[in-house]
Design a protein around this ligand. Sequence first.
Ligand SMILES: [Zn+2]
Length: 65
Amino acid sequence: MTGRTPEGTRKPPPCPICRRPAEPALAPFCSERCADIDLGRWLSDRYAIPAAEDPDDETDPPPRS
Ligand SMILES: [Zn+2]
């Protein structure tokens, strides 16, 4: 993290999707398309686990019997 700043210019990290220079407005992505791709990945990743934004966010509510 330190002593590795080339030319002392603070460059934003490249787009994680296509490695192009990122667009500040869309950081860390270079385009809406790449942001969309990443979002898609993130969502498909989320599909594996149950929704987190539930009203009853308690840990495993006891079964009603
Ligand atoms: Zn990109």
